[in-house]
Write a protein that binds this ligand. Structure first.
Ligand code: ADP
Ligand code: MG
Length: 475
């Protein structure tokens, strides 16, 4: 860690080269702790302005940037400050907001530090450094309110809410699922909710990487007892990404003891992992079996409606109205995980806020072209109908006809469901393309198929297979 101190007494409006070094550090720390996309979209447009005593002034293009960075990356910013400065520094973002009568750009000379206007000329947005809920490591953004419920996450969400409210029979609670599906969000939401409705609890969120690091540091500095005491006095322990403990025997052992102490004392433990516990090869058998004492629930990729709701929620949160077709476009194209969907939304909105222009599907396609290249090809309803008919060995025109025999009806429902999932069409549009059926019929099909998927593993697999086939044929 590089240590720097600053003693300048007044605001340096035409800063010396020192600030460039500092800036480099600060930015590099952020670069290594943020996804590339986030870094390029949000951090690169920031500019260093001045350091005045213990205040570090940086410029962002608009208030929107400040809101977004503070709302999403506050902990990374804080870490970057800690890594850059030897003592606490107050970070002040200066937004060249329209409200402040400024166009938002500060001219820069290549290779030099941009000249800042006097801070008084800017709308000083607010100091950073809100530490959420202190040492709990909770990010106030992740709450149940902001978590959109849909069929694949309903159970995990309900269980999480019960735990937050103090239902002790789910102990431990483990939530597992793929990347970007909301595990961390739910885990943090448990902490945030418990913090509010059961004040006074000692709550701690930590991911397994940091838990390991904390433990290794404690051993190194002969502070193992302190470490144990710290973790064994927690009322609600939220440990994220348990799969990172695989292969780390000593840390696992320590966690095992922590687990036992907490569990025996009736304290709540919540874990997440990317796989079900039995598939976590290399995780201590005893730990796997203890996880089985509680409740294990999975979380899957959100369906189309949930994705649309997530985009709408994001838009509302950020105070942006997205045209409906752009919303549908996003939900349709980014169907694998919520993180990518959010990333795409963020890029669109950043683009629109900088250019002040209205978004269209065409523009969205252009802005997101890099991320779309690797995505699945777009699919038409008639392709789906053809593939489904050959898969079930039923003539395609029967899917549209008014025939209600069992195999035909089932294939039709599957095709409707795939249409909803893969083409992003509305219930009405699907109905129209299936012999002018009513949208309630399509809704019924959707519910039926979702239920089959939930209840029948074989069926659920066949849906994945069908999707792959359709994508293969479309590309
Ligand atoms: P994971 O921990 O499963 O990899 P995260 O919890 O980090 O995923 O989720 C990735 C992003 O997607 C977060 O910004 C989170 O807020 C958002 N997200 C995931 N699922 C939902 C949901 N159901 N509703 C709203 N936002 C969600
Ligand atoms: Mg996570």
């Amino acid at each position: 860690m590089s240590v720097r101190t600053f003693t300048s007494e007044s605001i340096e409006l035409f800063p010396d080269e020192n600030i460039l070094d500092i800036w480099k550090h600060f930015v590099e720390s952020l670069r290594s702790n943020l996804p590339r996309q986030a870094f390029e979209t949000w951090i690169q447009p920031m500019k260093p302005c001045a350091i005045d005593g213990e205040t570090f002034y940086v410029q962002v293009p608009s208030r929107f940037y400040y809101d977004w960075i503070e709302g999403h990356y506050a902990s990374q910013v804080e870490r970057a400050l800690e890594e850059t400065f030897s003592s606490p520094v107050k970070l002040v973002y200066m937004a060249a907001d329209k409200e402040a009568g400024d166009s938002g750009t500060v001219p820069t000379v290549p290779g030099s530090v941009p000249r800042c206007k006097s801070p008084a000329d800017y709308a000083v947005v607010s100091p950073s450094f809100s530490r959420g809920n202190g040492s709990t490591n909770l990010n106030p953004r992740y709450t149940f309110d902001t978590f959109i419920e849909g069929p694949p996450n309903r159970f995990a969400r309900a269980a999480s809410q019960a735990v937050a409210a103090g239902k002790t029979s789910y102990n431990p609670l483990l939530i597992y699922g793929g990347v970007g599906l909301g595990k961390t969000h739910l885990l943090q939401a448990i902490g945030n909710e418990a913090f509010v409705i059961r004040p006074g609890l000692n709550i701690k969120y930590i991911d397994s990487e940091n838990f390991t690091q904390d433990f290794v540091d404690a051993i190194k500095h002969n502070r193992a007892d302190e470490f144990s005491a710290k973790y064994r006095h927690i009322d609600v322990l939220l440990l994220d990404d348990v799969q990172f403990l695989v292969g780390r025997e000593r840390t696992q052992m320590e966690f095992f003891h922590t687990f036992n102490t907490l569990h025996q004392a009736g304290k709540q433990i919540v874990l997440t992992s990317d796989k079900p516990p039995r598939d976590l090869d290399g995780l201590d058998e005893r730990l796997v079996s203890r996880i089985g004492w509680g409740l294990v629930c999975d979380i899957g990729p959100p369906d189309f409606d949930t994705r649309v709701a997530i985009v709408l929620r994001l838009a509302e949160e950020e105070g942006h109205t997205l045209p409906a077709d752009v919303c549908t476009f996003l939900a349709e194209k980014f169907d694998k995980n919520v993180r990518d969907l959010e990333g795409a939304f963020v890029r669109l909105v950043a683009h629109a806020s900088l250019n002040g222009s209205r978004l269209t599907v065409e523009k969205a396609n252009h802005i997101l072209r890099d991320s779309l290249i690797f995505r699945k090809p777009s699919v038409t309803l008639s392709q789906i109908q053809l593939t489904v008919s050959s898969y079930y060995n039923i003539p395609a025109d029967l899917l549209i006809a008014k025939i209600r025999s069992q195999p035909v009806a089932k294939a039709r429902m599957v095709a409707m469901w795939l249409g909803l999932e893969m083409c992003g069409l509305s219930l009405k549009e699907i109905g129209r393309n299936f012999g002018n059926r009513d949208h309630t019929t399509v809704l019924h099909a959707k519910k039926k198929v979702n239920k089959w998927i939930k209840d029948d593993k074989e069926f659920s697999k066949s849906m994945e297979e069908l999707k792959e086939r359709i994508y293969d044929e479309a590309s």
